[in-house]
Design a protein around this ligand. Structure first.
Ligand code: AMP
Length: 229
């Protein structure tokens, strides 16, 4: 697949649905910048700066960071040069307030948008996150085999389970998803954004990425037709 025209791909789905894995595959194949609010926030927590210290508690408990903080992070990030050719949003928007800000940015900049909803059963989510490991140095994600040995990242660092992947925290994150994030999908739909559902369970990442690439090609084709008309 060739480098794409400007596009915003919103990857939507519960924690553990594979948004991060898909974003990493797709940003390479589509030439889009990967914007993960979770990764940006975790980096700020790790750096121990003022913002990081302010959000660490809410992140550890599985709650959502206040809209004004996340919105500012995303506005700044979208303004960076690598996002000029398009970007993938992974973990944003998560509230209707965030979606409203995004909507106003898209309308001002006339960026074609595609919303992809990765659908995964919550029991599968809990099982997946219990096996998920992340490299604290480079952010790489991998899964351990059930009851299998711990993993070392290809950069050499020991991979660790994320604090917020513990089952009791995952249950809170899924509650936050249901109460605050699922209405975002309804908002985006009512605002006229195209949404495609993609089955995320029982499949390996490669075929899911191919399916999303095809959806992106179709979306860009439709946007080009509108521009020519
Ligand atoms: P993630 O890696 O996307 O699952 O995000 C990890 C945590 O970061 C979430 O549980 C929230 O505490 C916080 N977070 C990430 N993105 C957002 C967002 N768009 N709005 C509010 N909080 C967020």
């Amino acid at each position: 697949m060739t480098t794409t025209n400007r596009l915003c791909l919103i990857l939507f789905g519960p924690p553990g649905s594979g948004k991060g894995t898909q974003a990493k595959l797709l940003c390479e194949s589509l030439g889009l910048a990967h914007i993960s609010t979770g990764d940006i926030l975790r980096a700020r927590v790790a750096s121990g700066d003022e913002l990081g210290n302010a959000v660490a508690g809410v992140m550890q408990s599985g709650g959502l960071v206040p809209d004004e903080i996340v919105n500012k992070i995303v506005e700044d990030r979208i303004g960076q040069p690598d996002a000029a050719h398009g970007f993938i949003l992974d973990g944003y928007p998560r509230t209707v307030e965030q979606a409203k800000l995004l909507d106003s940015m898209f309308r001002a900049r006339r960026i074609p948008v595609l919303v992809v909803h990765l659908k995964v059963d919550y029991n599968e989510v809990i099982a997946r996150l219990a096996r998920r490991r992340q490299c604290p140095a480079c952010g790489e994600l991998q899964s351990i085999v059930k009851d299998g040995p711990e993993l070392r990242c290809k950069c050499g660092t020991q991979m660790v389970a994320r604090d917020d992947d513990r089952e009791e925290v995952v249950v809170q994150r899924l509650k936050a998803y249901d109460s605050q994030t699922a209405p975002v999908l309804r908002f985006l739909e009512s605002a006229g954004y195209e949404r495609c559902d993609v089955v995320g369970e029982g499949r390996s990442p490669g075929p899911i990425a191919r399916e999303i690439e095809q959806l992106v090609e179709r979306r860009l084709g439709a946007a080009a037709e509108v521009e020519q008309a």
